[in-house]
Design a protein around this ligand. Structure first.
Ligand SMILES: NC(=O)c1ccc[n+]([C@@H]2O[C@H](COP(=O)([O-])OP(=O)(O)OC[C@H]3O[C@@H](n4cnc5c(N)ncnc54)[C@H](OP(=O)(O)O)[C@@H]3O)[C@@H](O)[C@H]2O)c1
Length: 236
């Protein structure tokens, strides 16, 4: 139930695939009204991102493709609308996106994984690395498995985990292995293996609802803000 003092926000969705549909179904229960949906047809050549289409929009969520997302951001920023970006596979272009966000004066929240459980997984994994860093006989590794429809590999979540873990382990290389097959729900493991035994920390997503909840939470939090934020930053 929406609290009386929470304004209903008007939402634009970029991308109407698996995540876009999950978010559209959940948004009304979380106080966001879906005003505009742009899919690969209505946004072909980015023609859907216009001042007219966005005139009532408070905030926009992008779950599209690595190829489309940066141009989507550029165009939404030119309309001065704040954004949540869940699409993965573009973080090597973060400097470019930071410039776009700063020049336009908008707020943008991005993250490889909008599940609260994964944010907790990162924290526990960091604590695990802290505990094992003095035991070189234990070799660290990351594995990630996803359904065959996922377009990028390794997953953004695995790369973020690696980014957080390696400095703790004195920049020891932590290899990442990816599996793409069938309908596997997103699964990440952080392990340490020794001659004697193995320690494994695992996160498994049961459905897309957890990602949708986090993206809608971020959409509400980014309204009225300026700057580029990681999802973890607006949670803390
Ligand atoms: N951050 C997180 O928590 C999280 C969670 C789940 C997924 N993801 C990421 O989010 C992205 C989408 O995931 P998904 O499972 O929803 O994928 P999906 O089912 O493939 O949906 C993406 C949709 O966006 C469409 N699209 C492509 N270019 C577009 C454009 N310019 N404007 C509007 N729509 C466009 C695609 O069309 P075509 O298929 O025709 O290209 C497709 O229908 C992926 O990068 C995935 O890795 C992130």
């Amino acid at each position: 139930m929406l609290e009386a003092n929470l304004k209903e926000l008007k939402l634009a969705l970029l991308g109407y695939g698996k995540m876009g549909k999950t978010i559209a179904a959940l948004a009304p229960q979380r106080g966001l009204q879906v005003e505009l949906i742009l899919d690969e047809i209505s946004n072909s050549d980015y023609q859907g991102i216009t001042a007219e289409n966005f005139k009532n929009i408070d905030v926009c969520i992008d779950f599209t493709t690595p190829e489309a997302v940066v141009e989507n951001i550029r165009r939404v920023a030119s309309l001065k609308r704040n954004m949540v970006v869940g699409t993965t596979g573009w973080h090597h272009r973060l400097d470019e996106v930071r410039k776009i966000v700063e020049q336009a004066g908008i707020g943008l929240v991005y993250g490889a994984n909008f599940s609260i459980g994964v944010q907790l997984f990162y924290r526990v994994a960091q604590a695990m690395a802290e505990n094992l860093k003095g035991f070189p006989a234990y070799e660290p590794y990351i594995t990630e498995s996803h359904h065959r429809f996922k377009k990028d590999a390794p997953s953004g979540t695995a790369l973020e985990l690696k980014r957080r873990i390696e400095p703790i382990l004195a920049s020891r290389d932590v290899p990442v292995w990816s599996v793409r097959a069938g309908y596997i729900p997103g699964t990440h493991e952080f392990g340490f293996d020794s001659e004697a035994d193995t320690l494994i920390l695992r996160h498994t997503a049961r459905s897309r609802q957890g990602f949708a909840e986090g993206a809608l939470y971020a959409a509400r939090r980014v309204v009225g803000r300026q700057g580029l934020f990681k999802f973890a930053e607006i949670l803390e």
